[in-house]
Design a protein around this ligand. Structure first.
Ligand SMILES: [Zn+2]
Length: 338
C-alpha cells in the first residue's frame, strides 16, 4: 500500500496511481483528525469519495503518530492526551475515539489503537505497553459501530520475542478479520526486524490477512513474505521520489547525479510505467535540478510501480513454487558493509 497520509498519495493523482498497479492505499487517522477533521470527510461521503479513490483504503489508528510525533503527551489506561502540533490545543485519543474517527472516515480496513514504544525500550515498559494494547483492543472491538469496516488488531512487544509470542496468541483469540505486526522499523537493526517477523507471523492465523506495518524495502518485503506476510505500507517510493531518487533493478539511483545529465536512455527500460515509457534519465535529472514539481510525480509513479511489480513477481514465483530460488539474493541478510 502506498501511503497517503493526508488522503492523497503525494504528487500522484488517483488515475496515475491506478496505472502503477497499486490496489490499496493507506491514510492516517492522526493527520486527518488534525486536518481537515473527520466531520468534513464524513460530510463529503467518506474517504473514498473525498479523495476520489474507489479502491480499498486502510486507516491506521493514530497510535504510531501520537507516540512518534507529539511532543507533550500523557498516557493513562484511558488513552493518550497530547498537544496538537498544528494549533497547540490538547487532544485526547482513546481506543473509543480512534475507532469513532475511523468509523467516520469510512476506510475498508481500520486499525486498533495501540501503544507504540520507541527503540530501545526496557522489557518491563514494553510488557506493560503490550498488555495495555490488548486491553485497548477489547475496547476497540466494543467501540466499533461499523461491521462493514474490517478491524485489524496489532501485535506489539518490541524486540522481545516472548512478548511478541504472547501478543500473537492473545490477539488470535479475538477472531478478527486481519492482524498486523506493529512497532517495527522504529530504529532497530534490520536483522532484528527480520527475526521479529519470522517468529511472530506464523503465530497469527494463516487464513487471515497478515500486515507488516511501516515496512517496504525490497529485502524487508521478500523476507516478510517468506514468513507469511501479505500486506505492507511504506513511504519509501514516494519519499525517495521527493528526494530525486529512483528505485531501479533493486538499487537506489540519485537522479541529481551528474552522470545522468546526458543519459538519454529510459529511466528503466524493463519497466512498463508511464515515466519509463516516455521520459529519459537526462530529462528527470534536468527536472530535479530545475526544481520542477513534475519530477516528483514522474519518480513517484515509477517507484510505486517498481515495488508493486516486485510483489507481483514474488506472487508469481510463489504460485510457480520457485520463490526461494528466484529471490534468494533478497532472502539472505543484508551483506555487511566493508
Ligand atoms: Zn518505471
Amino acid at each position: 500500500m502506498p501511503v497517503g497520509t493526508l488522503a492523497n498519495i503525494k504528487t500522484v493523482t488517483p488515475a496515475q496511481l491506478k496505472m502503477t498497479g497499486a490496489e490499496m492505499v493507506l491514510a492516517n487517522t492522526y493527520h486527518l483528525h488534525l486536518q481537515p477533521g473527520e466531520d468534513i470527510v464524513a460530510e463529503a461521503g467518506g474517504l473514498h469519495r473525498f479523495m476520489a479513490w474507489d479502491g480499498p483504503i486502510l486507516t491506521d489508528s493514530g497510535g504510531f503518530q501520537v507516540f512518534s510525533l507529539s511532543q507533550i503527551r500523557t498516557i493513562t489506561e484511558t488513552g493518550v492526551t497530547f498537544q496538537s502540533p498544528r494549533d497547540g490545543r490538547m487532544i485526547q485519543l482513546t481506543p473509543e475515539t480512534s475507532i469513532q474517527i475511523q468509523n467516520r472516515l469510512g476506510a475498508d480496513v481500520i486499525m486498533a489503537f495501540d501503544e507504540c514504544l520507541p527503540y530501545p525500550s526496557a522489557y518491563e515498559v514494553t510488557a506493560a505497553a503490550t498488555h495495555r494494547t490488548h486491553r485497548w483492543l477489547q475496547r476497540c472491538v466494543e467501540a466499533n459501530q461499523r461491521p462493514d469496516q474490517a478491524l485489524f488488531g496489532i501485535v506489539q512487544g518490541g524486540i522481545y520475542l516472548d512478548l511478541r509470542q504472547q501478543a500473537a496468541a492473545a490477539l488470535s483469540e479475538f477472531n478478527l478479520p486481519g492482524y498486523a505486526i506493529g512497532g517495527v522499523s522504529v530504529g532497530e537493526p534490520p536483522d532484528l526486524i527480520a527475526k521479529i517477523v519470522q517468529v511472530t507471523t506464523p503465530l497469527l492465523p494463516a487464513d487471515k490477512p497478515r500486515y507488516l506495518m511501516g515496512v517496504g524495502t525490497y529485502r524487508e518485503m521478500a523476507q516478510a513474505i517468506a514468513a507469511g506476510i501479505d500486506l505492507f505500507d511504506c513511504v519509501i517510493p514516494t519519499r525517495l521520489a521527493r528526494h530525486g531518487s529512483a528505485l531501479v533493478a533493486g538499487e537506489r539511483w540519485n537522479l541529481k547525479n551528474a552522470r545522468f545529465r546526458r543519459d538519454h536512455a529510459a529511466l528503466d527500460d524493463a519497466c512498463p510505467c508511464y515515466t519509463c515509457r516516455y521520459f529519459s534519465r537526462a530529462y528527470l535529472c534536468h527536472l530535479i535540478h530545475a526544481q520542477e514539481l513534475l519530477a516528483f510525480t514522474l519518480l513517484s509513479i515509477h517507484n510505486i510501480t517498481e515495488l508493486v511489480r516486485f510483489t507481483q513477481r514474488i506472487r508469481e514465483s510463489i504460485l510457480a513454487n520457485t520463490f526461494v530460488a528466484d529471490f534468494a539474493a533478497w532472502l539472505r541478510s543484508e551483506p555487511t558493509a566493508q
